[in-house]
Design a protein around this ligand. Structure first.
Ligand SMILES: Nc1ncnc2c1ncn2[C@@H]1O[C@H](COP(=O)(O)OP(=O)(O)OP(=O)(O)O)[C@@H](O)[C@H]1O
Ligand SMILES: [Mg+2]
Length: 265
């Protein structure tokens, strides 16, 4: 039994490629307590998306353990919700019907009417009230991403995995989405893992930032973001935030091999 809701212990994984095995993860450890929100940052190609597939049970590691809520992960689970950089919404369905899609696959205790009410409530929570009957192409990129977030949450997953969900958005839209994320987490508690390239995003949203080393990735550094109450964008311009960003930026340079590892704390 483990005290963490997500517990990844000493995971090692290599992909079998035509030119031989490609080691991607090597001794990776990530633990997230119930209700926690961890951000994972690291060089491009170091294995972050691979990590999300392991948590979601879409793949098994070569060695090590992946635990979710005290049980080893053996395959895909309905208790996980996922959202990605490019929200894949079905053009022939309305936004409301796109959000409801997972409930056609995952069993729900809710009646049809309750499901629809929940979808409408989630859409309102992210500011998409009035867009329920629109098609995906009628929405902006930021709005599509908000709809995709609702779809990831519709079945009340215990774990929400976000793989660079805001990466393709412009800076202002991204900041809007960050604030929406805080609202969503308050209303719809989940345990989260956020993959991101944006260090400001990591400290604004997460309570712990995990820096992965270059490939094959291990956990190189962890930064706890102090809980100083509700966060607003002004927090990103405080000396404390600047200090955290500095530390993280330096760790990324080490992970990229651009700064000597002995400088690591
Ligand atoms: N199915 C696969 N088969 C073979 N190699 C793969 C497969 N999936 C990923 N890889 C390789 O494994 C490495 C890690 O990939 P992964 O997608 O996990 O990285 P990432 O950290 O998410 O990168 P990015 O930041 O660019 O999204 C990369 O070198 C990639 O080419
Ligand atoms: Mg990736």
């Amino acid at each position: 039994m483990t005290e963490y809701l997500i517990d990844i212990k000493d995971v090692t994984h290599a992909y079998q490629t035509q030119s031989g095995p490609l080691p991607v993860l090597d001794g990776l450890n990530v633990s997230v307590p119930e209700g926690g929100f961890a951000a994972v940052v690291g060089p491009s190609g170091c294995g972050k998306s691979t990590l999300t597939r392991l948590i979601a049970g879409l793949m098994k590691p070569d060695a090590g353990e992946v635990w979710l809520h005290g049980e080893p992960v053996k395959g895909p689970r309905a208790t996980v919700g996922m959202a990605f950089q490019n929200p894949v919404l079905l053009e022939w369905r309305s936004i409301l019907k796109n959000v409801l899609l997972p409930l056609e696959i995952v069993h729900s205790k809710l009646s049809r009417r309750e499901q629809e009410e929940r979808a409408r409530r989630l859409l309102a929570l992210v500011g998409l009230e009035g867009f329920e009957d629109k098609r995906p192409s009628e929405l902006s990129g930021g709005m599509r991403q908000r709809a995709s977030l609702c779809r990831a949450l519709i079945h009340q997953p215990e774990v929400l995995i976000l793989d660079e969900p805001f990466g393709a958005l412009d800076a202002f839209t991204r900041e809007d989405l960050w604030q929406i994320m805080h609202r969503v987490k308050e209303e719809e508690p989940f345990t989260g893992v956020l993959i991101t390239h944006d260090l400001r995003e990591s400290i604004f949203l997460a309570d712990e930032v995990i820096v992965l080393s270059g490939r094959p990735a291990h956990t190189q550094y962890r930064l706890t973001v102090p809980d100083t109450g509700p966060r607003d964008l002004d927090h990103l311009y405080t000396p404390e935030a600047a200090e955290m960003l500095n530390v993280l930026r330096h760790q990324i340079e080490i992970a990229q091999g651009r700064a000597p590892a002995e400088a690591a704390e």
